[in-house]
Design a binder for this molecule. Sequence first.
Ligand code: ADP
Ligand code: MG
Length: 228
Amino acid sequence: MNIIIGNALKQGRNILSEMESKQLIKEIGIQTTEMKLATSKEEAVKFSEETGYPVVLKVASFDITHKSDAGGVKVGLKNGAEVSRAYEEILVSALKYNPKASVQGVTVQNMVKPGVEVIIGMTQDPQFGPVIMFGLGGVFVEILKDVSFKVVPLNRRDAHSMIKEIKGYRLLQGYRGQKPVDIDYLENILLKLSDFVDKNSSIKEIDLNPIFAYPDGASVVDARMVLN
Ligand code: ADP
Ligand code: MG
């Protein structure tokens, strides 16, 4: 069994942290941000300096699922003073949001350039087993429910049609002078995830939200996995 998954199960956890989830994503060859867990302000500044500014700080707690709702995400931090302040603010608002939350610390990661926001997920269907989902991020998924689904395992043609099927496909093809995004790379993410869940029966849910899609490649900005 994979070390990260085994370790979580040994600790009696079925939720993987953003850092653990991104580690798994990276192991299967999908581009994501490098991140470190800081347990003090000084450490957060040290990690930020190593990473290179601008950085993003996020609360690390298994009791907080939606980090922004808890005031737990600070983006675009440009120097040590901003990182120190953000570290404190994150801890204060996270504990105000959920006084019972146990907080491991604050993660530090590089801030990636903006792209077209897409989401990719995986859930277990009682009838069909693991199913992969693709959609555009933000209002497209929350309000318009513009998503497509396919049962694992996916082949190249499935991955291609999942992306083409969504109503907002034109946004990926480039509109109003924007360059088209790298559809091949998104297909590869879908195929790699399909293969990963096919081989790891302990994965119950995956949520990559958002992924920033670029004309050349893409970057997974937030990740979450749940085990059986
Ligand atoms: P939440 O738990 O609230 O979903 P996210 O990790 O998705 O938290 O962060 C919230 C938002 O902050 C993201 O939707 C994205 O717009 C921005 N963001 C997060 N991490 C990064 C990053 N490394 N680079 C650039 N933007 C980021
Ligand atoms: Mg998110």
